[in-house]
Design a protein around this ligand. Structure first.
Ligand code: SAH
Ligand code: SF4
Ligand code: F3S
Length: 462
């Protein structure tokens, strides 16, 4: 009988991708994925370390699994508990100390060694009854884990396929843990990316999202042996696979302003399947804060990139990330952030209060900003960003758009799709199903979503 594997994923899309790949690695060992935690023989908690709140979730989640494991043992069974992801990498030893019932801790670069770790955990378990088995692997291999992951896809991709093309980060922004938890920047060779894209599309994906912590820093080896840029790769992918689906979509995330080169900007003009959307985090609009964050560019550089992007693709929707209350941020610095937001006009954005992370230079800086001030700025920024996203969405009312239906909505009978601009589109039409690619007339626009009616008989099965 197949053993059941439950994976709980926190954090970014890289973790979502990795969770699917861990299922791939474990499939040959007889593990089949389950969506119900209660019947799991093994659980993987794939964790995120980006802010304190994210990291804290791990220990509360583990509390629940400790009880599940004890109950299973009383019945003569067991539940194997694995902690993966960025908290595993950053706090592996602490997890074993605080939660000794955890069987294995595996860092993001060691997933290809899961079978070996599991075998080790089982051997340990035979010796240490009652406790976990305390296996830890957070080594960074010399070469990338991608080259060691199996090819088959244990989980069908659904309408949107995630494809990691780049891993790690060398930017060392002074607030961020990613360079420590994910290791150095690595680009997969174009041939591997092309092969995986083809598998995803053949398995039913009609949108492929290329992923990386610094996706536009991708500089992989091209099939011609030369180093390619992301712009070149996107052209190649679209040229090769556009014939497979008339509306095949490409996206990429997350990008860094410093890596937004002209070839990539030109791809937004020339590559028909590349969606008119870009998530381009800036964090702050103040040059002094950008410098203290080690972002490597000024506010005016960002504005110049935005200008070029809009020239290449006038309707491009831009989104971003912001941090309020970075050490040393004054009222004037914060005002510069608000001004940048007004100058750009975002379709949507994420904003966070600065969270000092252990081991990062930011956490040691003097002039930490009080929580009250960070919070006040966060609310002011969010009010402005909400106004902008509501205005962007309202301006879409009456337009007709291609929508890819991705998943069930909150209310019964509702489905959620994505517009080309990455807006969530709520649909209430019994004839529509997940995977449909439909033309929708936008009937209403709110800050976080659009509502739409299916227009005419434009329905196409994906
Ligand atoms: N690689 C991406 C971001 C990855 S992390 C980039 O360079 O932009 C996603 C977002 O989390 C960041 O853009 C930032 O806004 C936020 N973030 C990262 N570390 C943080 C911290 N210590 N406190 C608050 N927000 C943080
Ligand atoms: Fe973190 Fe900066 Fe790297 Fe983004 S670019 S992952 S924010 S260090
Ligand atoms: Fe979190 Fe690690 Fe992603 S810290 S945001 S899961 S790279």
């Amino acid at each position: 009988m197949a053993k059941k594997l439950f994976i709980k994923t926190y954090g970014c899309q890289m973790n979502v991708y990795d969770s699917a790949r861990m299922a791939d690695v474990l499939a040959p060992l007889g593990y089949a994925k389950t969506e119900t935690p209660d019947d799991a023989d093994m659980v993987i908690i794939n964790t995120c370390h980006i802010r304190e709140k994210a990291a804290e979730k791990v220990f509360s989640e583990l509390g629940h699994w400790r009880i599940r494991k004890a109950e299973a043992r009383e019945r003569g069974g067991d539940v194997t508990i694995a902690v993966a992801g960025c908290v595993a990498q950053a706090e592996g030893e602490e997890i074993h100390a605080r939660a000794p019932f955890v069987d294995l801790v595996v860092g993001p670069q060691a997933y290809h060694r899961l079978p070996e770790l599991l075998a080790k955990a089982e051997r340990h378990r035979a010796l240490a009854s009652g406790k976990g088995s305390g296996v830890l692997d957070t080594e960074f291999p010399v070469e990338s884990k991608f080259d060691h992951l199996p090819e088959q896809v244990a989980t069908p991709p659904g309408p949107v396929g995630f494809l990691a093309i780049q891993e790690g980060c060398d930017k060392f922004c002074t607030f961020c843990v990613v360079p420590y938890t994910r290791g150095a920047e690595y680009s997969r060779p174009a041939a591997a990316v092309i092969a995986e894209a083809e598998r995803l599309i053949d398995a039913g994906a009609v949108e492929v999202a290329l992923l990386g912590q610094n996706v536009n820093a991708w500089h992989g080896e091209g099939p011609d042996g030369k180093t390619w840029s992301l712009g070149r790769l996107l052209r190649e992918l679209n040229d090769r696979f556009a014939h497979k689906h008339p509306k095949l979509r490409w996206r990429y995330t997350t990008s860094h302003p410093r890596e937004m080169d002209d070839e990539l900007i030109a791809a937004h003009r020339d590559v028909a399947g590349l969606m008119p959307f870009l998530h381009l985090p800036i964090q702050s609009g103040s040059d002094a804060i950008l410098k203290a964050m080690n972002r490597g560019h000024r506010a005016e550089d960002y504005l110049r990139i935005v200008g070029k992007l809009r020239q290449a693709r006038p309707d491009i929707a831009l989104t971003s990330d912001f941090i309020t209350g970075f050490p040393g941020e004054s009222d004037r610095d914060f005002e510069a952030t608000l001004q940048l937001v007004r100058d750009v006009g975002f379709a949507q954005a994420y904003s966070f209060k600065y969270s000092p992370r252990p081991g990062t230079p930011g956490s040691l800086m003097p002039q930490q900003v009080s929580d009250a001030v960070s919070t006040e700025r966060l609310y002011a920024l969010q009010a402005l960003l909400q106004e902008q996203s509501a205005a962007f969405n309202r301006a879409c009312v009456g337009r007709s758009m291609d929508v890819l239906v991705e998943r069930p909505g909150r209310q019964p009978g509702q489905l959620l799709g994505r517009s080309p601009y990455m807006q969530s589109v709520v649909l209430n039409d019994p004839a529509v199903k997940i995977g449909d690619f439909i033309t929708v007339t936008v009937t209403d626009g709110h800050a976080n979503s659009l509502f739409g009616d299916v227009a005419g008989a434009s329905r196409e099965a994906a």
